[in-house]
Write a protein that binds this ligand. Structure first.
Ligand code: NAD
Length: 454
C-alpha cells in the first residue's frame, strides 16, 4: 500500500508515515461532507462566528506544540513557525467578526430586489508545504464562516501541523464539517475531478494550478488559484540602506525564500549596487543555519529534495553562464536539505534564475541606470504576484508602485500581509482573491431575488 512518509528536512529522520487513502475512502469523505453541509449551513452566522473564535483560542493555547511540529516537518526556524501559528489565529479571529449581509437593491410598493449570499457546499482546500498552517487559516476560516464544509488536502511534505490544527478546530464543529485528506498529488487530482466538489481553493505552483483547471473542466466547480510569483524589488538611488537593508534582506530570505511573495529578483540602481551587494555578502555569510528547533538558528533547510535540486540547478545554470556567486552557491553536506544562502550578480534577465521562480535561498541582483527600463524589466514576466519600490521619496514610490503589474505592491517593504486586505495575483500568478472581504466572497454564491408585490 503506498505511504506518505513525512521527514524532518533538517535531519532526514522519518517523523510520521501513513497510508495514502483509497479512492473509496475519498468518495466516502465527500459523501460525509455533503451530509455535514446540511447541518452546518443551518447554523446561524453568529454561531459560526463564535465557533471560529473558540477555535482560534484553542489553537493559540497550543501554539508552542504546534510551532514545534511545524518546524520539525517544514524546516523553518521555531520563531517563524510561531509567527505562522499566530497568523491562523489572527485570520480565524478576523472572520469571526465579519458580517454577511443581504443587500437590498430596491424596496418600493411594487417590487423588492434583494441580493443574498449562500455557501457552495463541499470545498476542496489544497495546500502547499511552504506556509501550510497560515494558508489553512486563509482558506478554512472564510470557507466555514460562509457555511461550507471542507476537505483539506495538505501537502505530502508538511501535513502534520495542518492535521493537528484540524483536529483542534473540529472539537467545536459537527462531525465531518472539516476533514483532512493526507494524500499526495494523485489524491489532489482525484479530488479536483470529483463531481461532489463545489469549490476548489488552491495554493501552490503555477503548473499545478494549470493542471487543476484541466481536471476541473468536466464538472466546473468554482475555482480560486493562488500560484507562483517572481517578485521584483526595485531599489532607487536614494534608498537609505542603513534604514532599509534588513527589510530587503528578509524580504528575500524569510523562510529561506520559500514564500510566494518573497523578493525573487532585485533591480538596484547602479550607483548603490556595490554597497547593497557588500551588505548582502556580509549578512548571508554571518547567518546561523541549522535545525530550526536549535536556539539562535536564523535559517533552516529547504523543505524537500525536489526543491533543493531545483535551487541547485538554477544556481548552477547561472554559474555556468558566467554569473558571479558573491556568497554561498553550494549545498551544505551532511544530513538535511541545507543550501547556503546565495547571492548572485553579473547576470541579465535571460538567466533562468531571473526568469523562473527559484523558491529558495538564492537571490539574483541586477542593476539598472534608467528607472523606466527597470519597471519594464520587472513587468516582463508571466507572473504578477507582488513587487516593491524602495525609495525615501514616498510620492515617487507611489507613482512607480502604480506602474508595477501585480496584485500587491509595497513601498519600502515586501511580504507585509494585512489580513483585512485582499491578496492574490495578476497574470499567471492567480485567479480570485484571499483574505479580507474579498476572500469571504470567494466562498459565497450570490442569489438575486426579485419579489413583485403588486
Ligand atoms: P505544488 O503545486 O507542487 O503542490 C501544492 C498542492 O497541490 C499539494 O498539496 C499537492 O499535493 C497538490 N497537487 C499537486 N498536483 C496536483 C494536481 N494535479 N491536482 C490537484 N492537486 C495537486 O506546490 P508546492 O511545491 O507544494 O508549493 C510551492 C509553490 O506554491 C510555489 O510555486 C509558490 O509560489 C506557491 N505558493 C503560492 C502562494 C500564493 O498565495 N500565491 C502561497 C504559497 C505558495
Amino acid at each position: 500500500m503506498p505511504k506518505i512518509v513525512v521527514k524532518n528536512p533538517a535531519s532526514l529522520e522519518v517523523i510520521e508515515t501513513f497510508p495514502v487513502p483509497e479512492i473509496s475512502e475519498i468518495d466516502l469523505m465527500i459523501n460525509n461532507s455533503k451530509k455535514a453541509f446540511i447541518k452546518w449551513k443551518a447554523f446561524s452566522l453568529s454561531q459560526r462566528q463564535e465557533i471560529l473564535s473558540k477555535a482560534a483560542d484553542a489553537i493559540e493555547a497550543r501554539k508552542d506544540e504546534l510551532a514545534k511540529l511545524l518546524t520539525s516537518e517544514q524546516g523553518k526556524p521555531f520563531h517563524e513557525s510561531n509567527r505562522e501559528i499566530g497568523a491562523i489565529t489572527s485570520v480565524f479571529r478576523l472572520y469571526a467578526g465579519m458580517p454577511i449581509k443581504p443587500e437590498i437593491i430596491q424596496d418600493n410598493e411594487t417590487t423588492q430586489i434583494i441580493v443574498d449570499q449562500e455557501p457552495y457546499g463541499v470545498c476542496a482546500l489544497i495546500l502547499p508545504w511552504n506556509y501550510p498552517v497560515g494558508l489553512l487559516g486563509w482558506k478554512l476560516a472564510p470557507c466555514l464562516l460562509a457555511g461550507n464544509t471542507a476537505i483539506v488536502k495538505p501537502s505530502q511534505f508538511a501535513p502534520l501541523a495542518v492535521i493537528k490544527c484540524i483536529e483542534i478546530i473540529s472539537d467545536f464543529l459537527p462531525d465531518n464539517v472539516v476533514q483532512p485528506l493526507p494524500g499526495g498529488d494523485q489524491e489532489g487530482v482525484y479530488l479536483t475531478r470529483h463531481p461532489g466538489i463545489a469549490r476548489i481553493s488552491f495554493t501552490g505552483s503555477q503548473n499545478t494550478g494549470k493542471n487543476i483547471l484541466k481536471s476541473a473542466s468536466e464538472n466546473l466547480p468554482k475555482i480560486t488559484l493562488e500560484m507562483s510569483g517572481n517578485d521584483a524589488a526595485i531599489i532607487l538611488p536614494d534608498c537609505d540602506l542603513d534604514k532599509r537593508f534588513e527589510s530587503i534582506f528578509w524580504g528575500c530570505f524569510f523562510n529561506i525564500g520559500q514564500i510566494c511573495v518573497a523578493i525573487k529578483r532585485i533591480y538596484v540602481h547602479e550607483s548603490i549596487a556595490p554597497e547593497l551587494i557588500r551588505r548582502f555578502k556580509e549578512k548571508t555569510e554571518a547567518m546561523k543555519i541549522g535545525n530550526g528547533l536549535e536556539p539562535g538558528v536564523q535559517m533552516g533547510p529547504i523543505n524537500n529534495e525536489k526543491q533543493l535540486l531545483k535551487v541547485y540547478e538554477l544556481v548552477e545554470d547561472a554559474r555556468n553562464l558566467g554569473a558571479t556567486i558573491v556568497a554561498g552557491g553550494n549545498k551544505i553536506l551532511g544530513n538535511g536539505y541545507f543550501f547556503q544562502p546565495t547571492v548572485l550578480t553579473d547576470l541579465d534577465d535571460s538567466f533562468r534564475i531571473v526568469r523562473e521562480e527559484q523558491f529558495g535561498p538564492a537571490i539574483p541582483i541586477l542593476t539598472y541606470s534608467d528607472i523606466d527600463d527597470a519597471i519594464t524589466r520587472a513587468n516582463n514576466t508571466v507572473y504578477g504576484l507582488g513587487g516593491s519600490i524602495w525609495t525615501e521619496d514616498i510620492e515617487i514610490g507611489k507613482k512607480l508602485a502604480k506602474k508595477l503589474e501585480c496584485g500587491t505592491v509595497w513601498v519600502n517593504a515586501h511580504m507585509l500581509v494585512e489580513h483585512r486586505a485582499p491578496f492574490g495575483g495578476w497574470k499567471q500568478s492567480g485567479m480570485g482573491r484571499e483574505l479580507g472581504e474579498a476572500g469571504l466572497k470567494e466562498f459565497l454564491q450570490t442569489r438575486t431575488l426579485y419579489m413583485v408585490k403588486s
